[in-house]
Design a protein around this ligand. Structure first.
Ligand code: SF4
Ligand code: SF4
Length: 152
């Protein structure tokens, strides 16, 4: 009997249709959403500036949140990404897999689901920006970088 290959879930399902496992697997682990951003607090239409300063809860060496299960309790500004927010959060990098799928676009060849290599994202993620960890001594304004992520 001839066997037919079925298309993978990330191509056939909308974000709303993903189960919990598929939702987590869609994240490419780039860590770019864990970098601090700056915006005029009195003007939510003002430009958002990307910095290369990572959230204090991020493990730069391991390339991931150091306390993912408790991230919302640990860090006040950590936001839960949902299908709806993937459309609203314009500050997410152009390469964010949730953003791409929300726009009906294909995942890049370096996404771990495609490459089957969990480290293939590194040259395209936070590490490309030479990140440093947030601390009390750091003035975020000194670490603003051009938002070139989408061009990587
Ligand atoms: S708490 Fe974890 S997931 Fe949330 S921004 Fe910080 S490092 Fe990223
Ligand atoms: S930017 Fe998107 S794909 Fe990258 S780590 Fe954050 S949620 Fe995952």
């Amino acid at each position: 009997m001839k066997q037919y290959e079925t298309a993978p879930f990330w191509e056939t399902k909308t974000l709303e249709e993903l189960n919990a496992y598929e939702w987590e697997a869609l994240c490419d682990g780039c860590g770019l959403c864990c970098l601090n951003r700056l915006q005029d607090e009195d003007d939510d239409t003002a430009p958002i500036y990307l910095t290369r300063v990572a959230c204090h809860c991020y493990d730069i060496g391991a390339g991931g949140c150091s306390d993912y299960a408790n991230r919302f309790e640990r860090v006040e500004g950590c936001m839960r990404l949902t299908a709806e927010r993937a459309a609203e959060y314009t500050w997410l990098p152009e390469t964010c897999a949730y953003r791409l799928r929300q726009q009906g676009r294909a995942l890049p060849s370096w996404h771990p689901l495609i490459s089957k290599d969990p480290h293939s994202v590194r040259p395209h993620g936070m590490h490309a920006l030479n990140p440093i960890l947030e601390s009390e001594d750091i003035d975020l304004e000194d670490y603003i970088v051009d938002n070139v992520i989408g061009d990587l």
